[in-house]
Design a protein around this ligand. Sequence first.
Ligand code: ADP
Ligand code: MG
Length: 155
Amino acid sequence: MKYEKICNNIDDTKVLAEKFAELIKDNGCFVTLYGEIGAGKTAFVKLVADALGVKEKVTSPSFVILNEYHTAQIPVYHFDLYRLENEGVKTILDELKEYSEGHQATFVEWAEFSNDEIPFNHIKINVVYVDDDLRKYSFEGFGDYNNKIVEGLAE
Ligand SMILES: Nc1ncnc2c1ncn2[C@@H]1O[C@H](COP(=O)(O)OP(=O)(O)O)[C@@H](O)[C@H]1O
Ligand SMILES: [Mg+2]
């Protein structure tokens, strides 16, 4: 299942993020995010985290690889693989898998460095910078559970 949404501005992205949060708030999900710098990956994660009820300020984990938030209904984990690059990502794939099991929301930025080799079910989001405040968010679900979430976005 695939779903594509054009967001004309950050408010559109917020509406999309809130819809996404509603669909994952009980059982969580594992999300990989692709897209160039400034596309809107962190912005989306932040808006979903806010909608889930995270109280802290959500910032980009670029320098720490992982930020975690435990103030919402479900735990929120936010990875950024940028500093690990391809070789490093191989070493943490097993650990990432653990974050895909159980009721939590896990977001992985710079999934490009995983060589598209995420060996477990997840939702892939590709973010494209079109211009100014215009962004295209494309969602693809892998596995029944994730496909249901993407279907929910399209409804
Ligand atoms: N429609 C939109 N959706 C998401 N971000 C937007 C949008 N319009 C403008 N922006 C801005 O674009 C920037 C995206 O940055 P960020 O989310 O950090 O990118 P990335 O994590 O992909 O490198 C933010 O400053 C955000 O406010
Ligand atoms: Mg980012």
